[in-house]
Design a protein around this ligand. Structure first.
Ligand code: ADP
Ligand code: MG
Length: 259
């Protein structure tokens, strides 16, 4: 499924535009990393895509269909949101959490069918956490919880996955494991939009980058082409250098003396 955003603008309050003429497309199987400093408009962009905001101007289309014309249910069948991990309040099992991805078809009064449980289990398998199905979600590590939340979105069976800073609460190893998993899902054909505070993650894992600066597109294109020290300077006001390594390009921060 192709997501096309054209000239998207939005203001929460009058005279304070938060998104300014944002245009880009994301193709099937693409991992698009959305970068930008705090307040650049990343979460607001995602809210627009997920139907949480409708007072925007411009258009958001899925395979040529304006998302505003879709019902919540129709939209959920196409785009799934994967939240950051948060402290869960109740003792849901991992299986129950994955089953929540099926809410639009589950009746609150009926227990899930064998078929729905199978689908939730397959989603857990897809990201390598099926062995945790009977565990209490709250007792998992942050990385495992994030993978279960990804499985929950997969159980929803939508083609587009939206992740708002999925790695920000994870340790170094779990960040990389989650990103490797997300990359594998994009290779399977999911379109993934992922915001991150770490440009290196975009460089290592993303196909393309959408850089937002004060609500406008500062750059959009292949990660290795657009992620330059000049762009990093514009976005974050820091100096970096790019180094080629066996593991690909690496952004190295420059300290005062090295500039
Ligand atoms: P990012 O996710 O890139 O950090 P956001 O989309 O959260 O940026 O925020 C973009 C701008 O919109 C910021 O200036 C923020 O203060 C403002 N903003 C975000 N949410 C609201 C809201 N509910 N009401 C008013 N302003 C908001
Ligand atoms: Mg945000």
């Amino acid at each position: 499924m192709t997501l096309t955003v054209n000239d998207l603008s939005y203001s929460y309050t009058k005279d304070m535009p938060v998104l300014k003429g944002v245009s880009f497309a994301a193709e099937k199987g693409e991992l698009l990393s959305v970068l930008g400093p705090n307040g650049a408009g990343k979460s607001t962009l995602f809210r627009c895509l997920l139907g949480g905001i409708d007072g925007y101007s411009g258009s958001i289309e899925l395979d040529g269909r304006e998302v505003r014309s879709l019902s919540r249910r129709e939209l959920a069948a196409r785009i799934a949101y994967i939240p950051q991990i948060h402290r869960p309040t109740f003792g849901y099992s991992v299986m129950d959490t994955a089953l929540m991805g099926l809410t639009r078809e589950l009746s609150p009064f009926r227990s899930p069918s064998a078929e729905q449980e199978k689908r939730a289990m397959e989603a857990l398998e897809q990201v390598g956490v099926a062995h945790l199905a009977r565990r209490n979600f709250a007792t998992l590590s942050g990385g495992e919880q994030q993978l279960v939340l990804i499985a929950r979105a997969l159980a929803q069976q939508s083609d587009i996955l939206i992740m708002d800073e999925p790695t920000s609460a994870l340790d170094y190893g779990n960040q990389l494991r989650v990103l490797q998993q997300v990359r594998a899902l994009s290779r399977e054909g999911y379109t993934v939009l992922l915001s991150t505070h770490n440009p290196q993650h975009a460089l290592t894992f993303a196909d393309r980058v959408l850089a937002l600066h004060q609500g406008a597109v500062a750059a959009h294109g292949p990660a290795r082409e657009v992620l330059t020290p000049a762009l990093i300077r514009k976005l974050y006001r820091v100096e970096t250098a790019l180094a080629d390594t066996r593991g690909g390009s690496v952004l190295v921060p420059l300290t005062e003396g090295e500039k």
